[in-house]
Design a protein around this ligand. Structure first.
Ligand code: NDP
Ligand code: MG
Length: 360
């Protein structure tokens, strides 16, 4: 039986993964569980799955826990920038990584992939769009471009967003997710992070990654081939499939991980996105084109701005203004190590924090 270590066990992805284990959709033994502050919940889960657990309070104890509870594969479902260090620790232990924490790829970039290569470990995406593309590219590696689908969030086509509350912004039309990613889905900053993630994961330049708005979240993404054909992956919107596929990693034939898709009465629509309506997605494209420290700055500025919005310190529409102002700075410093990433991440957070205070 495969062994699995889960980081971010108490969150939305962690909960879906543990449900898949309970329902025997995932045939694994859990070696350990990590979370941040939900101690009672984590303790109860550790008891249920008979495994050790830890709250990530400092780097060295996290590293020791990961080392002591090494598994065949680690699922990194930590939210936000804190996930990068955890990803690197897992890779350094030679573990394959089922990666939900997109920030690891956006911030880590080449540093993350070099670490995987050095330790002969693999990175398998869990983000639904990237999971779809990862499977579509198997057997057809010469894709002309990638087409990432976006739900468009709760405010598509709606003006006057100045007074939107964090609760309204977090109310995603098709997916049930953690707060940060739900708010990012309403601004399409999440799609921006995914464009950068796809650029690094599949080694694609920004001009070969398209985004199309697809309200139903049934087509998870597509690959466009040189001959003009397009391949797509479809399933009901349920993260169980990408999580189970990543952890299973083609080892067993999977049966009915999600309910079969019914085509009766199913309508699929696609539409272009607008740069004025979704400036954060346009900024993310710029970050991928420029690379260097730009993706780190984009991620950090967005994280700070979304946290300030959730604390009601800035308005919804200030999120894009703040990220845009941070991206105007010079982020051309090269990144070659984890330390470089942390330096640029702190600089961008400082700048974004100052801008948030100006908006109070
Ligand atoms: P949630 O906010 O629901 O859960 C976050 C999890 O991370 C919790 O278990 C939390 O622990 C833990 N955590 C937070 N900070 C730390 C830390 N410093 N150290 C260790 N654990 C920490 O997030 P989601 O599950 O929605 O998202 C997780 C990741 O997956 C994100 O990167 C997101 O972008 C990505 N993702 C999520 C999808 C989804 O459907 N939810 C879809 C695709 C990608 P605690 O409860 O103790 O605070
Ligand atoms: Mg996604």
């Amino acid at each position: 039986m495969r062994t699995l270590l889960i980081l971010g066990a108490t969150g939305s992805i962690g909960t879906t993964a543990l449900n898949a284990v309970r329902q025997k959709k995932l045939d694994v033994r859990i070696t350990g569980l990590v979370a941040h502050s939900s101690s009672d919940r984590l303790r109860a889960l550790a008891e249920e799955f008979s495994c050790p657990f830890t709250l990530n309070t400092d780097s060295s104890s996290l590293r020791s826990f990961i080392r002591a509870n090494r598994a065949d594969i680690a699922l990194n479902a930590i939210a936000g920038a804190a996930g990068l260090e955890a990803s690197l620790f897992c890779l350094q232990e030679g573990m394959d990584l089922a990666l939900a924490n997109k920030e690891s790829v956006v911030m880590g970039g080449q540093v993350l992939f070099d670490e995987a290569k050095k330790n002969k470990a693999r990175i398998i995406p869990v983000d639904s769009e990237h999971s779809a593309i990862y499977h579509l590219l198997k057997g057809r590696p010469d894709a002309e471009s990638l087409v990432i689908t976006a739900s468009g969030g709760p405010f598509l086509g709606r003006g006057d967003l100045e007074n939107v509350s964090p609760e309204e912004a977090a109310n995603h039309p098709t997916w049930k997710m953690g707060r940060k990613i739900s708010i990012d889905s309403s601004t399409l900053a999440n799609k921006g992070l995914e464009v950068i993630e796809a650029g690094f994961l599949f080694n694609m330049p920004a001009d070969r990654i398209e985004v199309t708005i697809h309200r139903q979240s049934v087509v998870h993404s597509m690959v466009r081939m040189k001959d003009g054909s397009v391949y797509a992956q479809l399933s009901p919107p349920d993260m169980t499939l990408p999580i189970v596929s990543a952890v299973n990693d083609d080892r067993q034939v999977l049966h009915e991980v999600v309910r079969p898709l019914s085509f009766s009465g199913l309508t699929l629509t696609f539409q272009d996105w607008d740069r004025t309506e979704f400036p954060l997605l346009a900024l993310a494209y710029k970050a991928l084109e420029r690379k260097k420290s730009y993706p780190v700055a984009f991620n950090a500025a967005d994280e700070v701005a979304v946290a300030a919005f959730c604390d009601r310190k800035i308005r919804y529409t200030d999120i894009a203004r703040i990220v845009s102002a941070v991206m105007e700075e010079d982020w051309s410093a090269e990144i070659t190590s984890y330390e470089d990433i942390i330096v640029q991440d702190r600089l961008a957070r400082l700048k974004a924090g100052q801008l948030c205070s100006c908006h109070i």
